[in-house]
Design a protein around this ligand. Structure first.
Ligand code: DX5
Length: 213
């Protein structure tokens, strides 16, 4: 399993000083996650490429599309040279369609991820999991930061890790210094954390505490 990657989610940042908040984690984080929400796939609205294009950071940008029609959104993020784009299996019905999006993302120079909500079984993506670079297993119902960690997804992470030892398995939602060790133990190697990191006095220490869980 590759080293643990810590990915702050800017959904929990102070939007009135977004660049400063991003700068505050730039030297200790590995990636930076941008939660794109359309108010339809999830009951919240966040931000998209028009905001992101003003952000300056050396951190690889990880785009988490919580949108009903990811096909419409992918190109604008590829144009921003993001590192990874993840869409939800629940938003794209057919394996064929999922394959097309993965090809488009990769052809545009980013890695491609698929996300599963806590209640979506792993075998939903049986036909496509060999084709992705990253599997995101949500440990909250998507839409908001600061929610409680859902423990039962850990068994899904274990199953995925034993079947796919080299896959990047990302977990996202309710991750802090208590839940992070459980995620790593289960086999996750990329941890997304919002409120724990941006709510911390010492964000570098918060990130290190997750990485060394
Ligand atoms: C939820 C988002 C998560 C969230 C994480 O829909 O996808 O990335 O911002 O925030 P915390 O770490 O506070 O649960």
């Amino acid at each position: 399993m590759s080293p643990i990657t810590i990915t702050p989610s800017i959904l929990s940042a102070d939007f009135s000083r977004l660049q400063e908040d991003i700068d505050s984690v730039a030297d200790s984080a590995d990636w930076l996650q941008v939660d794109v929400m359309d108010g339809h796939f999830v009951p919240n609205l966040s931000f998209g490429a028009p905001v992101l294009k003003w952000i300056k950071t050396k951190l690889p940008l990880d785009i988490h599309l919580m949108v009903s029609n990811p096909a419409q959104r992918i190109q604008e993020f590829l144009d921003l040279k993001v590192a990874n784009i993840t869409f939800h299996a629940e938003a794209v019905s057919s394996t064929e369609e999922q394959k097309k999006l993965i090809e488009q993302i990769r052809a545009g120079g980013a890695t491609a991820g698929i996300a599963l909500n806590p209640e979506t079984p792993l075998d939903t993506i049986g036909g496509i999991i060999e084709d992705i670079d990253l599997l995101l297993i949500m440990s909250v119902h998507p839409g908001f930061g600061g929610q409680e960690f859902i423990e039962h997804v850990l068994s899904q992470v274990q199953t995925a890790r034993s079947a796919f030892p080299d896959l990047i398995i990302q977990m996202d939602g309710g991750i802090n210094d208590t839940t992070a060790p459980k995620c790593i133990e289960a086999g996750a190697n990329n941890l997304v954390s919002g409120s724990f990191i941006f709510g911390a006095k010492d964000r570098t220490m918060a990130i290190e505490s997750l990485r060394s869980s």
